[in-house]
Design a protein around this ligand. Structure first.
Ligand SMILES: *[C@@H]1O[C@H](CO)[C@@H](O)[C@H](O)[C@H]1NC(C)=O
Ligand SMILES: *[C@@H]1O[C@H](CO)[C@@H](O)[C@H](O)[C@H]1NC(C)=O
Ligand SMILES: CC(=O)N[C@H]1CO[C@H](CO)[C@@H](O)[C@@H]1O
Length: 366
């Protein structure tokens, strides 16, 4: 009896994979903040978090601003390229159509966005994670009406999902006294509040079909140039770094638990905290000469809120860890991406023939 059951399960699994693996291309849906934004905020005309002026994008494509908050590629760009996946366009990109979505996925990331709705309110316009998930639901409707309910379900279950937010919940919320969260919570209860919210969001994404999902943790955000200028010594803010570590620890457990409760899903957590910390403490080991100030800055005025056309650039951008007050350079992003590729065990997806992406649901793939 048991034996027959096992055979049946195996048969069902194999058929399931065969059906699943047969048509649509593997694409990514990316949820994130300015570290992953590829242009959404450019179209949010009232947003104060903008990368739409020089010198953003100077080492990317034609060198004009493209909405990325860096001189070059984002971490997700590099990871996706490495896996052989197409780069998903920004949700607000006017050329986005159903066909583009089916071929490339969508990136909902928005500068200033956080896990919490209230995060980044002072930027006026940004997509919070809940908002990004709402937009994703709209994308699903669109795809369903194009290819039908069943095909759409397979397409969305076969896709990869990236959730990379959290720094703004600290830097542009909890750690700023203008936000009420800063006096409503303490360090511990704020991280708990973030985890409760993130848990609901990840469950929601699962209910919408996300089966392969990666949550990226936080780096030592107390060492971004913007945090260093808060102290006269220019040292990293230890409390901020501790918050990042406690976020990573809690998120790692949350994601592991969620994944183990959902047999068909593979949800993973990974962070690059240690390697970024090492890069900051031992820049020369990684080929950097500067790991404490921004490459693009406005004279001696610090913190300069963003990199602007009147800013001056460092001589060699590949020698700086930070591009502006918040964001790493392309060179630093490459090291971060390589660390995440290693931690997550990302492998290249062969879709030269757009026919058989790796089976979407490999039970207990670790
Ligand atoms: C957060 O915002 C979304 C819409 O973007 C809304 O549906 C949700 O109820 C809000 N949640 C909270 C806790 O305010
Ligand atoms: C796992 O996937 C199979 C095939 O898609 C489905 O029949 C089954 O209900 C799923 N199990 C859970 C727990 O979601
Ligand atoms: C798009 C693409 O690369 N299609 C290739 C799939 O594989 C067949 C046979 O191996 C090739 O002829 C196609 O060009």
């Amino acid at each position: 009896m048991k034996f027959i059951l096992v055979i049946t399960i195996i048969a069902v699994t194999i058929i399931g994979i065969a059906i699943d693996g047969c048509q649509s291309k593997m694409v990514q849906f990316i949820f994130g903040d300015s570290l992953s934004d590829v242009g959404n905020n450019r179209y949010l005309s009232k947003s104060l978090a903008q990368a739409s002026l020089p010198w953003y994008g100077i080492d990317f494509g034609n060198g004009l601003p493209n909405g990325r908050f860096s001189n070059g590629r984002t971490v997700s760009d590099i990871i996706g390229d490495n896996m052989g996946l197409p780069r998903p366009p920004a949700f607000l990109d006017p050329t986005l159509t159903e066909d583009v979505i089916l071929e490339n996925g969508v990136n909902y990331a928005s500068g200033g966005g956080g896990i919490l709705n209230e995060t980044g309110g002072y930027f006026i316009q940004r997509f919070s994670l809940y908002k990004q998930i709402k937009l994703f639901q709209g994308t699903q409707e669109l795809v369903r009406s194009k290819i039908g309910k069943e095909e759409a379900e397979k397409f969305f279950q076969g896709a990869r999902y990236v959730v990379a937010l959290g720094s703004n919940d600290f830097i542009n919320n909890y750690l700023m006294p203008v936000y009420s969260d800063s006096w409503t919570y303490n360090d511990q209860s704020f991280v708990e509040y973030l985890m409760e919210t993130l848990q609901e969001q990840l469950k929601l994404l699962h209910s919408l079909g996300a089966r392969q999902l990666m949550v990226f943790g936080l780096g030592p955000m107390g060492c971004i140039p913007l945090q260093r200028v808060l102290s006269t010594s220019g040292d990293c803010q230890e409390r901020t770094n501790k918050l990042a570590l406690s976020f990573n620890k809690a998120a790692s457990k949350l994601v592991e638990d969620l994944s183990s409760q959902r047999p068909n899903a593979s949800y993973k957590f990974g962070d690059a905290y240690d390697v970024v910390n090492d890069m900051i403490n031992n820049p020369s080991k990684y080929g950097f000469q500067n790991s404490d100030s921004p490459c693009c800055s406005f004279g001696n005025i610090r913190p300069a809120l963003t990199c602007i056309p009147a800013s001056t650039l460092c001589k060699d951008r590949s020698k700086y860890v930070f591009w502006d007050e918040y964001h790493p350079t392309d060179s630093a992003n490459e090291i971060i991406a390589n660390e995440l590729i290693k931690k997550f065990g990302f492998k290249r997806v062969d879709q030269t023939n757009a026919s058989s992406p790796a089976p979407a649901v490999a039970p207990s793939s670790d």
